[in-house]
Design a protein around this ligand. Structure first.
Ligand code: COA
Length: 267
């Protein structure tokens, strides 16, 4: 198959000469694409596993040289391939929110949240002791973005840009096209659907621009707000890890949730 994919330079061939052209869009299901039985076809922006799905559903996994179809030029325009330095940090916008890069200037605000004992108990960590700690976390996210293995947004309210919390890809696994999200809101902003809206935007970004196939989230079993949030977004529980963490003298259960690209229903 590889030699078919590597063959030729598709950018030199006028698009009108293809019998079929398809550009990968975030919500396109590769397995539902039907290829015509005539050559040549072009597929643009498909990741290898998506291409595999197209070929499989068209029963073309084992392309034989004598088959009339030739897939000419498979490119990837996913940001994952060129993150980070060549990509500016993505600013995302929803109806009520602007999500921008979490920066050193957010240290004080983020510290207010992560030093709150009620929040710390839900997350399962001791409250931060000083602004230095939140600055350290922000620096660590900047490093992860530089390396293309994580990124964090400050969630701000329109129109004035009030900081209300953060959401992130704590990890991006390029090999397996999966990411793990993390999130927190200042307490006075709970109960308005802001995090649902913010996560909706970064999930769209993850499945769309990053080309992820799977997004996962971990939460303690006592964190009912976080579990409702994940369920509202369509995540499925994959398992409860019984007594997997020890916090303040007690063992606690942790839950793992995930959402696959083909399951995502944008808000
Ligand atoms: C987890 C956390 C972000 C959830 O916050 P939240 O306010 O419940 O989530 P949302 O902003 O999406 O708001 C949803 C709530 O607002 C309500 N709501 C109001 N208007 C809404 C709207 N327009 N759209 C959606 N929900 C709306 C929903 O009914 C829901 O309330 P319910 O759970 O009582 O039904 C928050 O509890 C938090 O920051 N906790 C501390 C940090 C933490 O636990 N992080 C997760 C670690 S794994």
């Amino acid at each position: 198959m590889r030699e078919f994919l590597d063959k030729g330079n598709p950018s030199e061939v006028p698009l009108c000469l293809y019998t079929f052209a398809c550009v990968m869009e975030p919500h396109l299901q590769p397995e539902s694409i039907r290829l015509p039985r005539t050559a040549p076809c072009i597929l643009v922006g498909f990741r290898p596993y998506q291409l595999q799905a197209v070929l499989h559903s068209n029963r073309l996994d084992e392309l034989m040289p004598c088959q009339p179809i030739e897939i000419t030029g498979v490119e990837s325009d996913n940001e994952m391939d060129s993150m980070p330095a060549s990509q500016p940090f993505p600013r995302l916008e929803t109806e009520r929110l602007v999500l921008r890069k979490l920066a050193a200037g957010d240290s004080e605000n983020w510290f207010r949240n992560l030093s709150d004992d009620e929040v710390a108990v839900l997350i399962g960590m001791e409250p931060l002791k000083s602004v230095k700690d939140s600055r350290g976390l922000i620096n660590s996210f900047s490093d992860r973005f530089e390396k293309g293995v994580g990124m964090a947004w400050a969630i701000t309210l329109k129109p004035v840009g009030t900081f209300i919390g953060t959401c992130s890809y704590e990890k991006i696994d390029r090999e397996n096209l999966s990411g793990e999200i993390g999130y927190d809101l200042l307490k006075q902003f709970w109960g308005h659907g802001y995090m649902t809206e913010a996560l909706g935007a970064i999930i769209d970004y993850g499945f769309g621009h990053l080309g992820l196939n799977r997004i996962e989230a971990h939460t303690t079993a006592i964190n009912t707000g976080s579990i409702s949030l994940l369920q509202r977004l369509g995540f499925s529980e994959e398992g409860v890890f019984r007594e997997s963490s020890f916090f303040r003298g007690e063992f606690r259960d942790d839950c793992q949730y995930s959402l696959l690209r083909r399951e995502w229903k944008p808000l």
